[in-house]
Write a protein that binds this ligand. Structure first.
Ligand SMILES: Nc1ncnc2c1ncn2[C@@H]1O[C@H](COP(=O)(O)OP(=O)(O)OP(=O)(O)O)[C@@H](O)[C@H]1O
Length: 257
């Protein structure tokens, strides 16, 4: 279980978020929402240890992880950034194998088992055909899928993602969503920033609404996240409609222009 406790964070003396509190249990999909520049990435970077918090703590199973070394942290949390560019000429399969680095002994090479896990991750995300391509020569969406496969190969119990559907076409968004839901069903905790309220409605177990330096937690957003919350969050008028798909009610957000 991941717990963010009384967390305040920002850059230097600049405070971005104040007193954030939430718990993410195994199987939770926590969707972080808010307008551009509200602090979603700042929260994510603080949780994964790229930024030192001004105050408060991040705990896993009751233990503070703020002082953990990267290897220990990487075995528990994997991180998919908003964008990742490499100037090195790595092949896709090498990038995915990097997800196994925290399990390797010093100066050792990936084992057959590591290779199998990397292949499996590529198959899951339907990118096996990209195996030998140079990462820096891929499209934005292909790169995003490779980073997701890398996180999958890392086999951590918590996956943190910054706008994972960025650059993905509709079909690949579905592949990723299916994978997210299956991972959560296996007990993995997912924490992700998203600009798509529909995704929060569809599979979020918790929404974090980030605005004016504060974070409001909404449990079961499929039921409890209201039109007014979204209007207030994004400062726009909008409409929430409900559609039936395969006997399931799906909520959609429509602009009012
Ligand atoms: N490296 C940095 N140094 C100083 N300030 C920063 C830095 N990165 C971001 N900020 C500021 O922190 C605030 C929050 O930024 P953040 O990137 O967390 O927003 P966000 O909600 O993720 O936005 P977006 O939806 O556009 O990705 C913004 O005012 C931004 O200008």
């Amino acid at each position: 279980m991941l717990e963010v406790r009384n967390l305040s964070c920002g850059y230097g003396n600049e405070r971005v978020l104040e007193n954030v509190n939430f718990i993410a249990k195994p199987g939770d999909i926590v969707c972080i929402m808010g307008s551009n520049g509200s602090g979603k990435s700042t929260l994510i970077k603080t949780i994964i240890g790229l930024l030192k918090p001004h105050k408060g703590d991040v705990l896993i199973d009751g233990n503070s992880i703020l002082d953990w070394a990267w290897r220990r942290r990487a075995q528990v949390i994997s991180y998919i950034p908003q964008s990742f560019n490499s100037t090195f000429q790595y092949r896709v399969k090498d990038i995915i194998l990097m997800g196994r680095t925290s399990y390797l002994k010093f100066a050792s090479s990936p084992s057959k088992e590591d290779e199998r896990i990397a292949e499996e991750a590529m198959e899951t995300l339907k990118i096996s055909h990209l195996r030998n391509k140079i990462y820096s020569q891929l499209s934005g969406g292909e790169r995003q899928l490779v980073k997701i496969a890398q996180a999958l190969a890392q086999q951590s119990k918590i996956i943190v993602m910054d706008e994972p559907t960025n650059n993905l076409d509709f079909g690949n968004q579905m592949v990723m969503i299916k994978h997210l839901i299956q991972s959560a069903e296996r007990g993995i905790t997912i924490i992700m920033a998203t600009h798509l309220p529909e995704h929060t409605f569809l599979y979020g177990t918790k929404a974090l609404l980030v605005k004016d330096g504060k974070v409001v937690v909404v449990d079961k957003p499929g039921v409890n996240l209201k039109k007014e919350d979204l209007q207030n969050l994004y400062d726009v008028e909008l409409k929430v409609i409900e559609l039936n798909s395969r006997d399931k009610n799906i909520k959609m957000c429509l602009p009012v222009i």
